[in-house]
Design a protein around this ligand. Structure first.
Ligand SMILES: Cc1ncc(COP(=O)(O)O)c(C=O)c1O
Length: 473
């Protein structure tokens, strides 16, 4: 466990002591945090961050899968300050508008991976997905089928943390003790062949079985009660799960058969992360709605976008006329400063040929991680573009996982941190999502530091009775 720096004790008035005295941290064990304290980051440049004690780290997760262009992008700072000076706030309600929101919406529709009709802005991925749920319900109500409101997503999916988006998510800790999910949110098996396939089942058969599971669930619930299916093209927080090649083709056949809307949650995968502008293209999806956030502004400012196709827009437009207004609204929808920064972010992706860069870096990144398959702890390496997961296992031959009580993944992440690399443990899968601007030598450095962390972790587990790899029998 990492201890307070420098003396293993919080210094009075240190940032660490002030933190534990004042903050509630998301996705953190609040009790452990009081003893363990935070890693306080002070500044960043490129793919590097520096903590308050001057130690440098490679930010191997782009923060929370979001800081695509890394630190120090002066153009984004300028876009924000220019817009702050000209028009720091206006809104989009009651027929009002402003140029930055119009510019950004136009650009998103131009680059959308499938034909989209209109864009709805909000402030986070969670709000984008929450809005998408509301629009699903509104849509089917308008179509005279108000009972078609159940929503299906994946176990281990992460779609955010409003009440609706946490219900869409398939994570125990987002729901436990919160009384979630809400009724009508259903979850199917994640498309992760390594963990969820039957013995001897190939990827094709696995994909067919999961599509069949979806079909059966829809039948048992009643197709007239199921409104939409939400999916991350590649699941991020669930452990970087890349579905097998025929999965989406088969799933989409089932959805079409039952007249169910498809929503792509591209909060992580949009804007080059998977080697195409959108994960929808990489994975062959044809969604009715698409949610993006994070990389939309390279995380320099909060903003998300929900694109809807004409099939959806035409219906909700008529319904808003019947009711009087479209009753979804956030004060900061399409905030001009956020929109201006996002528009500039999209310009930088184009000016820097970010897609070509990701495709050039992918073999170094995934190739380098794949070499670690020789390591005694590594069971599977999976990923696309510049997002990856490395799963640590107790037994490489059988793929048997470690008992979660041993906290092997979190231990490995702490070792990485000691070696100056920030990555994240999702159970025992270590996830990587470096800024898209990372170069070849930085990738080498990232992998080297991770390898050191893996060796430290092996040292830790090697003498434990539960470590199967170490057993002679
Ligand atoms: C796929 C996906 N959807 C939605 C969200 C929620 O986004 P936000 O944290 O901006 O609300 C996340 C956040 O990690 C995500 O990974």
């Amino acid at each position: 466990m990492k201890k307070f720096i420098p003396d293993n004790l919080p210094q009075p008035n240190s940032p660490e002591a002030r933190d534990t005295a004042s903050l509630i941290h998301p996705l953190t064990n609040l009790k452990t945090h009081l003893e363990k304290g935070p890693l306080v980051i002070e500044e960043g440049q490129g793919v590097w961050v520096t903590d308050v004690h001057g130690k440098k780290y490679i930010e191997g997760m782009s923060g929370l899968w979001c800081l695509s262009l890394g630190y120090g992008q002066e153009r984004l700072v300028k876009a924000a300050t220019d817009q702050m000076t000209r028009l720091p706030y206006y809104h989009l309600t009651n027929h009002k508008s402003h140029q930055p929101a119009i510019d950004l919406a136009e650009k998103l529709l131009e680059i959308a991976p499938v034909p989209m009709s209109k864009v709805w802005f909000s402030n986070s991925g969670s709000e984008g997905n929450d809005s998408a749920v509301r629009i699903v319900w509104y849509y089917w109500h308008a179509k005279g089928k108000p009972e078609k409101r159940k929503i299906i997503s994946h176990q281990r999916a992460y779609h955010g943390n409003t009440i609706a988006s946490a219900s869409l998510s398939g994570m125990y800790y987002n729901q436990a003790s919160f009384g979630l999910p809400l009724d009508g949110f259903l979850h199917v098996t994640p498309p992760h062949h390594y963990r969820y396939s039957n013995p001897g089942e190939n990827e094709q058969d696995f994909a067919s079985r999961l599509a069949d599971e979806l079909d059966k669930l829809i039948f048992s619930e009643g197709p007239e009660t199921v409104g939409a299916f939400f999916t991350e093209p590649i699941m991020g927080s669930g452990g970087v799960i890349v579905p097998p090649p025929t999965y989406y083709e088969k799933v989409q056949t089932v959805l079409e058969k039952h007249e169910i809307l498809l929503i792509a949650d591209e909060v992580i995968t949009a804007f080059g992360r998977t080697g195409n502008m959108f994960g929808t293209t990489t994975m062959g999806l044809n969604p009715d709605m698409l949610v993006c956030a994070k990389g939309l502004s390279s995380a320099y400012i909060p903003i998300s976008a929900l694109m809807v196709n004409a099939r959806v827009f035409d219906v909700i437009s008529e319904e808003s006329d019947r009711i009087g207004v479209f009753g979804l609204s956030f004060t900061y929808s399409g905030h001009p400063v956020s929109a201006a920064v996002a528009r500039e972010t999209l310009r930088i992706y184009e000016d820097e040929n970010i897609i070509d860069h990701v495709r050039m870096m992918e073999p170094h990144f995934l190739g380098g991680l794949n070499k670690l398959l020789d390591h005694p702890l590594v069971g599977e390496v999976r990923g696309k573009g510049l997002v990856a997961g490395v799963e640590l296992v107790n037994n490489k031959t059988t793929g048997e996982a470690f008992d979660p009580v041993h906290n092997v993944g979190p231990f490995c992440v702490e070792c990485a941190e000691a070696h100056g690399l920030i990555v994240r443990a999702i159970g025992d899968t270590i996830s990587f999502c470096p800024p898209l601007v990372i170069n070849e030598s930085e990738i080498e450095e990232l992998i080297l530091r991770f390898q050191l962390a893996l060796d430290d972790t092996l040292n830790m587990v090697q003498n434990k009775l539960w470590f199967q790899h170490a057993r002679k029998d």
